[in-house]
Design a protein around this ligand. Structure first.
Ligand code: MN3
Length: 204
C-alpha cells in the first residue's frame, strides 16, 4: 500500500500573479513529493497502519507505532496538509463564501472581515514554519489558530477546512521576507465552494 497524490485541479501556473508558477512547481513537485516519499518509506510493510488514510493516522498518532510516529507526524502531516492546501485554492477564485459557512463565520467571528483579520493575524504572526487554519471543532464551531511545522488540527480532534502555508518555501521566491503580502494575495486564490463543502461535511 502506498499513498499517492490527489490530482491537482489546476495547472501550476494558473494562480499567477498571486502564487507564481516557479514557487508552485517547486512546492508541489519537490517539497510535497518529499513528504509523500518519506511517509511511504516509513509505512512500507507496516501491518499496524495498513489500510488507514493519512488523516486517520494523524487523528490518532498514539496508535501509530512509536518508531515511525515522528515521521508520520512530520511527513504524513506534510503530505495531508499540502493535499488540503492545493484543494482549497484555484484560479479566478477569492471573494467571500455564501450560505451556511458565511452564516457560521458571522456567528463565530462577528463578520467575514473580522474572521479575515483573525486568520491574517494568525498567518502573519506565526513564528517560524507552520500553518494558519480555519477548523471546525467537535461542537461544530469555527476556530482560527496556527500550528508549528507540519502539525495538523486533526491531531487535536478538529477538522481543518481552510489553510495557509506560512513556511518560507510557500512564498519566498516571489515575496521574500514579505509574508504579509503573500497572505494578502492568498485571499485571491481561495476556492470558497470547496471550503464550504468541507464545512458541511465536518458538521455532519
Ligand atoms: Mn509547504
Amino acid at each position: 500500500m502506498a499513498y499517492t497524490f490527489p490530482k491537482l485541479s489546476f495547472a501550476l501556473d494558473a494562480l499567477e500573479p498571486h502564487l507564481d508558477a516557479k514557487t508552485m512547481e517547486i512546492h508541489h513537485d519537490k517539497h510535497h513529493q518529499t513528504y509523500l516519499d518519506n511517509l511511504n518509506k516509513a509505512v512500507s510493510g507496516r501491518k499496524e497502519v495498513e489500510g488507514k488514510t493519512v488523516e486517520q493516522l494523524l487523528s490518532d498518532l498514539a496508535s501509530v507505532p512509536e518508531d515511525i510516529r515522528n515521521v508520520v507526524r512530520n511527513h504524513g502531516g506534510g503530505f495531508a496538509n499540502h493535499n488540503l492546501y492545493w484543494e482549497i485554492m484555484g484560479p479566478n477564485k477569492g471573494g467571500e463564501p455564501q450560505g451556511s459557512l458565511a452564516d457560521a463565520l458571522k456567528k463565530d467571528f462577528g463578520s467575514f472581515t473580522a474572521f479575515k483579520e483573525k486568520l491574517e493575524t494568525a498567518a502573519k504572526t506565526h513564528f517560524g514554519s507552520g500553518w494558519a487554519w480555519l477548523s471546525v471543532n467537535k461542537n461544530g464551531g469555527l476556530e482560527v489558530f496556527s500550528t508549528p511545522n507540519q502539525d495538523t488540527p486533526l491531531s487535536s480532534g478538529k477538522t481543518p477546512i481552510l489553510v495557509i502555508d506560512v513556511w518560507e518555501h510557500a512564498y519566498y521566491l516571489k515575496y521574500q521576507n514579505r509574508r504579509a503580502d503573500f497572505v494578502a494575495a492568498f485571499w485571491n486564490v481561495i476556492n470558497w465552494d470547496v471550503v464550504s463543502e468541507k464545512f458541511k461535511a465536518a458538521k455532519r
